[in-house]
Ligand binder design. Structure first.
Ligand SMILES: NC(=O)c1ccc[n+]([C@@H]2O[C@H](COP(=O)([O-])OP(=O)(O)OC[C@H]3O[C@@H](n4cnc5c(N)ncnc54)[C@H](O)[C@@H]3O)[C@@H](O)[C@H]2O)c1
Length: 261
């Protein structure tokens, strides 16, 4: 396999136990990265790491709750002690609660910001503080197309993702002079537990693809759900040297569902 600047790098992936984060961990490991897989779900994290190692590739699991900034710092320290300087960071850990805005509790709203926004900030800050003096590194933040298009019953989630995407672009600006790139990948409906958890019945997939006019949702022009691997390939591209002159970009991977917004 051609080296696109991933081989031998230490790649931190948060949310690596399930879904899109696991696919990203697999994709980096396949390209020869030494993956530090971070997640709060210990058992699932162990099984993702074992699957990577069973293939003869490199991954180490670090259980962590990204909502806890002190623990995030300790784990980032531990990763660098164990594996060496972090060259790539993919922030993927995220949570979704749905419901009309007027029905959301204080706790619902805070819970989404705690992981999607604050957690991403804690991990980015900790890793970028170490990358900056080395003047080397690539950061990718997984947002959502719901951060740029209003979605019924996803108001708090979309707001948490919009905040994260804005923060990531400012981080890219502040780190550009140090040669560090920071980009966003915004998936649309991607076939994971998170998406399936939103479906009330067996027609969920069909309705997602065709759209739901009663919710002013247009559907997916490419006529299919995204796969975790579709998103992972976009993250790998932005983390690689193929994207060496790209920073502060938001790459939407949604089959056209946001109509390019
Ligand atoms: N699936 C979709 O349709 C979709 C669409 C747009 C954006 N996204 C985003 O993609 C990312 C991955 O989503 P997914 O679909 O794979 O979801 P998922 O629920 O399958 O995986 C999310 C992962 O994040 C981890 N996590 C949650 N809270 C955490 C915490 N406090 N600390 C550490 N880890 C934590 C979970 O344990 C899990 O492994 C999320 O940021 C999500 O918002 C998903």
């Amino acid at each position: 396999m051609d080296d696109i600047g991933i081989m031998g790098k230490v790649a931190v992936v948060t949310g690596a136990a399930h879904g899109i984060g696991a696919a990203i961990a697999f994709a980096f490991a396949e390209r020869g990265a030494r993956v530090a897989a971070l997640d709060c779900d210990r058992d699932a994290l162990r099984s993702t790491v074992e699957s990577i190692v069973d293939k003869g590739q490199q991954a180490t699991g670090y259980p962590v709750d990204v909502r806890d900034s002190a623990t995030v710092d300790q784990v980032v320290d531990e990763v660098e002690r164990d594996l060496g300087p972090i060259g790539i960071l993919a922030n993927v850990a995220g949570v979704l609660r749905t419901g009309p805005i007027l029905d959301l509790t204080d706790e619902d709203f805070a819970a989404m910001f705690a992981v999607n926004t604050y957690g991403t900030f804690y991990v980015c800050r900790s890793v970028a503080r170490r990358m900056r003096p080395r003047r080397h590194g690539a950061i990718v933040v997984v947002g959502s197309n719901a951060g740029s298009v209003p979605r019924m019953h996803m108001g708090a989630y979309g707001a948490s993702k919009a905040a994260t995407s804005s923060f990531a672009k400012s981080l890219g600006l502040e780190l550009a002079g140090s040669g560090i790139r920071c980009n966003v990948v915004s998936p649309g409906s991607t076939d994971t537990d998170m998406l399936r958890g939103m479906w009330a019945n067996g027609s969920g997939e069909r309705r997602t693809i065709l759209g739901t006019p009663e919710h002013f949702r247009v559907g997916i022009p490419l006529g299919k759900l995204g796969t975790p691997s579709d998103v992972a390939e976009a993250v790998v591209f932005l983390a690689s040297e193929l994207a060496g002159h790209i920073t502060m970009h938001d790459l939407c991977v949604d089959g056209g569902a946001a109509l390019g917004a």
